[in-house]
Design a protein around this ligand. Structure first.
Ligand SMILES: Cc1cc2nc3c(=O)[nH]c(=O)nc-3n(C[C@H](O)[C@H](O)[C@H](O)COP(=O)(O)O)c2cc1C
Length: 246
């Protein structure tokens, strides 16, 4: 770990209105990215209102197609509302299991949420389509959803930097959650986010530790000039050639 021994804040050479980051800050960002985990075990305790505000501000700073900002957040405060959401998630877990083949028993043993134990529960909702065409003529719903996902990833990283765990729960029937949360027509809940203090962070994705699935090799996900050819999970990084080199 590289420590910043400089007691003074690093001078940030500015370029235009923006900010250049130094090596320490860059390294910190990558550390946060790689240390982020989907968390399902929470230790109780609270999220301070300051931290929660920063996390929500991070969400609202996300990029969005045509700048449409199609995210809406609902903080679940009432205990009975949380219970109703838990019931929906449990119901969906059972239905999901019924669609599994030989891995059904293994799936049922997995912990897929920490809704009951997390300090804060936040529903994220795709707002009703406002008709934005900019950037989404061909893929309107996908681009709006991608924008909401960007907001959620910002929250995930912000939470991790606050040493708070966050878990994305998608096991629910969106129309049922929409009814519970009094969403307008056309709004679609896409995430229940469990947020809160944790005892420790998993060092690997829990689904990897549990033997459910492994991270794909970079060669499987990265192609050059065409869709990646590799399909196996052979470790190794494809050689990144300079652009336009023969
Ligand atoms: C769109 C989306 C939906 C997800 N839904 C769930 C869920 O319902 N329950 C769960 O346990 N994890 C859920 N996850 C978390 C993934 O299982 C997790 O990101 C993946 O296993 C990799 O682990 P990591 O996030 O710790 O790197 C979801 C993640 C995404 C991006």
């Amino acid at each position: 770990m590289v420590l910043n021994n400089n007691p003074q804040p690093n001078p940030l050479p500015s370029k235009g209105e923006g900010v250049w980051f130094d090596e320490f800050e860059r390294e910190t960002l990558y550390r946060v990215i790689h240390a982020r985990r989907d968390m399902r075990h929470f230790s109780g305790g609270e999220v301070s209102s300051e931290a929660l505000s920063r996390i929500l501000d991070a969400a609202h700073a996300a990029p969005s197609v045509g700048y449409m900002q199609p995210w809406r957040f609902v903080r679940i405060v009432k205990a009975d509302l949380r219970e109703s959401l838990i019931a929906l998630v449990e119901e969906e877990k059972d239905k999901t299991a019924d669609h599994m083949d030989e891995r059904k028993a293994e799936f049922m043993r997995l912990k897929i949420e920490g809704i009951r134990d997390c300090a804060e529960l936040i529903a994220v909702i795709l707002a009703p389509d406002d008709g934005t065409v900019f950037g989404r003529r061909t893929m309107p719903e996908e681009m709006a959803l991608c924008s909401v996902s960007c907001a959620i990833e910002n929250m995930w990283l912000a939470a991790r930097s606050e040493n708070l765990g966050m878990g994305w729960v998608s096991f629910f029937e969106p129309s049922d959650v929409a009814t519970l949360l009094k969403c307008p027509d056309g709004a679609k809940p896409i995430a229940l986010l469990c947020l809160g203090p944790v005892k420790e962070f998993y060092d690997k994705p829990m689904l990897e530790t549990e033997g459910w699935r492994k991270r794909e090799a970079m060669s499987v996900v990265l192609g050059e000039d065409q869709y990646p050819l590799a399909t196996d999970n052979t470790p190794g990084h494809p050689i990144l050639r300079k652009r336009n080199s023969p």
